[in-house]
Design a protein around this ligand. Structure first.
Ligand code: GAL
Length: 679
């Protein structure tokens, strides 16, 4: 934690469990409706109002001319109706004068075409002129509202995404980033493998951003592209830290600073920020993606909140949902009605995973413009709660009741603690693997989620942690496809196992150094001692072919990825290949290291049955009892409450003890059902 960021938890008294809020855009509505709307927000049970997100045009109608009286009015209405305010900086949407008068403040795409005014997120965050304008508006806002006791905190920008920017400002910033990193051009040439295809540079000034649009897939250098991803993520983090610093010079320490990352963020890396108190996420589970069973299309993708709610805790220790889908959206492949109770179930999911705030985009459905088909918690008449609004009201009423049941000082039951699991994951490995997948069947984003799902089906508490985190508190640590390593991190993994931890390492781990080069050594050389085996070769099959694997007397099939292993003599073989020309070769191994174990799973299967059975062996072999929840049933424990949610299309009877006190819902969880109980 750095000097200016604060401990995220201090903003959220535990007894409050989760605080609820809603996005309101007064600038979209007639002023004579503001009081009616704010009053309605309060009467529905919300506790804070999220304001000013995209309202730059109204706060600075002309360069240097600031206008805040309208916002003062809304804030005093919030005070009148006992609502707190979460303020947002407007940097995601610039006023028309910015694009007209200061062209350079906009990003350029891979064809070097400048973004136009009219949407959002097109500011060139490394451009000094744009930065200057951001600094001014944020300073003005901070001065005006930084000491307002009703303002609880600040969201920076909107869904930061580390957009690739090929503008001249970004080219300069990239070159500077490279100079800082490599110091000499010789070091860069080596790291980028620039001898290949005459990519050699004599000078940093010859470098332009590697441009897949113009060079084509083959011509692109994976090491240069990896650095471009790193640079873009660093620039994004630094832009957020810059805004946080500007705010902090005027705001009270009681106001938090955060931002709202997308749940699936493949560019922006929250862990690179140093000045946020904590990170939040936006969750839109229902956009026409893969869901579970016949009703799945109404319930949404169960892995969205599952992943984000854990992942974003790695900044500041706490998290929460800043935007939750309030009903049908306008951007899905199709946008169905949600099953009754779905929004409430999603809210409970964020809560179950420890969420400290539960806010939604947006209050009123807008009657015009790009998002007019997007649900709000209030319908287009401006006053009637939508289905999502009803769900929200029920959730808020129930949370108020649960607060009365809260008992301070409770600790996680040992039965659950004994299963505690960490998954080590970072975006750098996502970037490098996704660039060179080697088979179209490799699903880079979903790969770690597969293991998260398995551990959750065991009823384990799971954290998604960076490699720098302390591993000692976890009984099981999973390292899925962690391609780039160095000797330090492998040493840490070895120590964890030696001290009694159970390490599960999977295919594609440790095959490259941090620049993405292979080792001039045997495959995956840094971990061969740790796993007690050598990776001899890797096979992959066409999508319709089936590879056969035998573990005990059970057969499994695979076709995505298979490492052929040569175990050392003290290493146990858990599974072998049972067809193909290498029938009999080893697919999964287990190695004793000190007081612990290291299991290597060399195979990626579609149905995850093999992986699940191996993990089952490891957990039960370590003397731990596990559950067997079906897909889409997630069970959590937080602050003394057990919470179960059901994303599946079937009812599921929760097996809870006779003496359990049911606080919300019923033992039989219907699709979109929720059960809260205490023991
Ligand atoms: C989010 C965004 C919101 C709104 C919403 C629509 O990604 O942060 O501002 O556009 O999508 O679903």
């Amino acid at each position: 934690m750095n000097a200016t960021a604060q401990v995220g938890n201090r903003f959220f008294p535990e007894k409050d469990l989760a605080t609820t809020g809603i996005y309101y855009y007064p600038e979209h509505w007639n002023e004579n409706q503001w009081e009616r709307d704010i009053k309605k927000i309060a009467s529905m049970g919300y506790e804070f109002v999220h304001l000013a997100e995209f309202a730059w045009f109204k706060m600075e109608p002309e360069p240097g001319k600031f206008e805040f009286t309208w916002l003062d009015k809304v804030i005093s209405l919030c005070t009148k109706y006992n609502l707190k305010v979460l303020m947002c900086t407007p940097s995601a949407t610039t006023p028309a004068w910015m694009r007209t008068n200061y062209t350079e403040t906009f990003v350029m795409d891979g064809h070097y075409i400048r973004g136009e005014h009219g949407t959002r997120g097109l500011g060139s965050i490394v451009n000094p002129t744009y930065r200057g304008f951001v600094e001014k508006i944020v300073t003005e806002m901070a001065r005006r509202y930084g000491q307002n006791r009703n303002v609880i905190g600040w969201q920076l920008d909107n869904e930061p995404d580390a957009k690739p920017d090929y503008s001249p400002s970004s080219q300069d910033a990239f070159r500077q980033w490279l100079k800082n990193k490599y110091k000499t051009i010789a070091a860069l040439n080596e790291a980028w493998g620039a001898a290949f295809w005459s990519q050699w540079y004599n000078d940093f000034d010859q470098i332009i951003i590697p441009n897949t649009t113009l060079v084509g897939w083959w011509g692109n250098n994976p090491h240069a592209l990896l650095d471009f991803k790193r640079y873009a993520a660093d620039a994004q983090a630094e832009f957020l830290d810059f805004q946080a610093t500007v705010l902090r010079s005027s705001i009270s320490k009681d106001q938090f600073v955060t931002t709202n990352y997308t749940a699936v963020s493949t560019g922006a890396d929250s862990r690179r920020t140093k000045k946020l108190d904590f990170a939040t996420y936006t969750a839109y589970p229902n956009g026409g993606s893969d869901n579970i069973g016949d009703l799945g299309f109404r319930l949404g993708n169960s892995s969205v909140i599952l992943f984000a709610a854990e992942y974003y805790k790695s900044v500041g220790g706490v998290s929460g949902v800043m935007e939750i889908q309030p009903g049908p959206v306008n951007w899905g492949t199709y946008n169905p009605l949600l099953l009754l109770g779905t929004v409430r179930m999603w809210l409970y999911h964020t809560f179950a995973a420890g969420g400290k705030l539960a806010c939604s985009y947006r209050f009123r459905q807008i009657n015009y413009s790009a998002e007019q088909y997007h649900a709000g918690v209030i319908k287009t008449d401006g006053t009637t709660p939508s289905q999502g609004g009803e769900d929200y009201m029920q959730f808020m009423k129930e949370i108020a009741a649960l607060r009365k049941q809260y008992k301070p000082g409770v600790t996680m039951p040992e039965r659950l603690n004994a299963r505690s699991t960490a998954i080590i994951w970072n975006l750098e490995n996502y970037w490098t693997i996704d660039r060179q997948k080697q088979t179209s069947q490799w699903n880079t984003w979903n790969y770690p989620i597969k293991f998260l799902e398995i551990a959750k089906s065991f009823g384990a508490p799971v954290d998604l942690i960076p490699e720098t985190a302390d591993l000692s508190k976890y009984k099981f640590v999973i390292i899925p496809a962690y391609e780039m390593v160095d000797s330090g991190v492998v040493k840490k993994w070895r120590e964890y196992a030696a001290n009694g931890g159970h390490l599960i390492i999977t295919c594609r781990t440790a095959t490259k150094d941090r620049m993405g080069h292979f080792w001039e050594a045997e495959w995956a050389a840094p971990i061969s001692g740790l796993i007690g085996a050598q990776v001899k070769a890797t096979d992959m099959l066409p999508g319709n072919a089936k590879g056969d694997i035998l573990m005990g007397s059970t057969h499994y099939s695979w076709n995505n990825w298979a490492d052929l292993l040569m175990p050392d003599k003290n290493t146990e073989t858990l599974a072998v290949f049972d067809n193909q020309f290498y029938k009999g070769e080893v697919a999964v191994t287990k190695h004793k290291v000190g007081k612990g174990t290291v299991t290597y799973i060399g195979v990626d299967t579609d149905d995850a049955k093999l992986e699940a059975d191996i993990l089952k062996k490891i957990y039960t072999g370590a003397g731990v009892t596990i559950e067997n929840y079906p897909p889409g049933i997630y069970v959590y424990w937080r602050d003394g409450f057990y919470v179960a949610v059901n994303y599946s299309s079937d009812s599921y009877a929760m097996n809870i003890s006779e003496t359990a006190r049911i606080l919300v819902g019923e033992k039989v969880l219907k699709p979109a059902g929720v059960l809260v109980w205490s023991e």
